[in-house]
Design a protein around this ligand. Structure first.
Ligand SMILES: CCCCCC/C=C\CCCCCCCCCC(=O)SCCNC(=O)CCNC(=O)[C@H](O)C(C)(C)COP(=O)(O)OP(=O)(O)OC[C@H]1O[C@@H](n2cnc3c(N)ncnc32)[C@H](O)[C@@H]1OP(=O)(O)O
Ligand SMILES: CCCCCCCC/C=C\CCCCCCCC(=O)OC[C@@H](O)COP(=O)(O)O
Length: 296
């Protein structure tokens, strides 16, 4: 009986390994689970250290360091173009497309110093992860209470100038795995106009060459991040916000469409630390990769 049990226990990890190597959906599930576990584990282990400093944007550095290794686990190569456009001296507002939680990997790649994201309030209730977000100075808004959200944004506008703060907003307001961008919420643009600071639009290329929750596919691959020219808001007033919003969205949508038709050659793949990228680059349109910029 004991021998049987021992054999069973020995076979279990072997069976899991075999399943991991042969079944892309199983690999997908494990990789997603690992992603979430990594976030919870690092938040739990590191937040007590961040707590010594109290709530501060400087804790973003710890948060960034905790999330930077993720791309190596998954063999995701990051290519960034236009990073010099983020080297503005003062405060500014970043607007970026939002596809999935994986955006965190792109964010940590390029996020400048003294920059905090605006996030939905629900994240606050994620235990130690919420605590880590709060300690890092992330700004929370209640999307269901527009007036309260607008008040938080107005308050942020004055803080930006006073504390040389940069703010990262996902103007789609929710995750969007679709092929085109959702209509933009106007908060980020009101924020930039109120603070009279530039807007830096950022586009992250679609993940479908390596990640698809619908097809349960998560392989290695390349992600391109394009930083577009900044948009000046000096002299603009609230009445200019709708037009400003549309013109920035238009520029981002064009960049996204262009990036969607480009693809990445096999040699651009990284070797993932979490096993082979089973399944290869399926479901992606073929073409040329974005050659501008650097890879980290
Ligand atoms: C070295 C340091 C390194 C650090 C590294 C760290 C790296 C990474 C860390 C990552 C950590 C975690 C990241 C977490 C990310 C989480 C992402 C999210 O949670 S996304 C969801 C939250 N975000 C948003 O919702 C986007 C912002 N929302 C808005 O802008 C919305 O406008 C609103 C919520 C304020 C209102 O929504 P809604 O009513 O649905 O939409 P609108 O059409 O935009 O507005 C309606 C009318 O209100 C007017 N309006 C909007 N905002 C304002 C404002 N601020 N002031 C005045 N008026 C405003 C708007 O103009 C509309 O009126 P109209 O007359 O039609 O123009
Ligand atoms: C200060 C110490 C730091 C310790 C290390 C911390 C490690 C990581 C901690 C926090 C990382 C943030 C995790 C949150 C990720 C969630 C991002 C996301 O994708 O949210 C969805 C939201 O946008 C839109 O929601 P809906 O699509 O409308 O539903």
């Amino acid at each position: 009986m004991d021998v049987l049990l021992l054999h069973g226990l020995l076979l279990l990890p072997l069976a899991a390994l075999l399943l991991y190597r042969c079944s892309p959906p199983f690999q997908y599930l494990l990789k997603v689970a690992f992603f979430n576990c990594w976030i919870v584990a690092t938040a739990t282990l590191l937040s007590p250290f961040a707590a010594f400093r109290g709530r501060s944007v400087e804790n973003m550095k710890i948060l960034r360091a905790a999330l930077l290794p993720l791309k190596r686990f998954y063999g995701i190569r990051m290519r960034v173009s236009g990073s010099e456009r983020l080297r503005l001296p003062g405060p500014f507002v970043i607007v970026c497309n939002h596809q999935a939680s994986l955006d965190l990997m792109g964010m940590v790649e390029i996020i400048p110093e003294r920059c905090v994201p605006i996030a939905k309030r629900e994240l606050l209730y994620l235990g130690t992860v919420g605590w880590a977000c709060w300690l890092s100075g992330i700004i929370f808004i209640d999307r269901h209470r527009r007036d309260a959200a607008i008040e938080v944004i107005s308050h942020t506008a004055s803080t930006m100038q006073r504390e040389n703060l940069r703010v990262w907003v996902f103007p789609e307001g929710t995750r969007n795995p679709g092929r085109s961008m959702l209509p933009f919420k106007r908060g980020a643009f009101h924020l930039a106009v109120q603070a009279q600071v530039p807007i830096v639009p950022i586009v992250i290329s679609p993940y479908w060459n390596f990640f698809s929750p619908k097809e349960k596919r998560f392989t290695s691959g390349t992600c391109t991040i394009r930083i577009l020219p900044s948009v000046d808001t000096r002299g603009l007033s609230p009445k200019d916000v709708p037009e400003l919003t549309e013109s920035v969205r238009q520029a981002m949508a064009e960049a996204l469409a262009e990036m969607s038709t480009s693809d990445h050659r096999d040699q651009d793949k990284e070797q993932p630390l979490l096993g082979p990228g089973a399944g290869g680059d399926r479901g992606s349109p073929r073409g040329q990769g974005d050659t501008a910029g650097s890879s980290n």
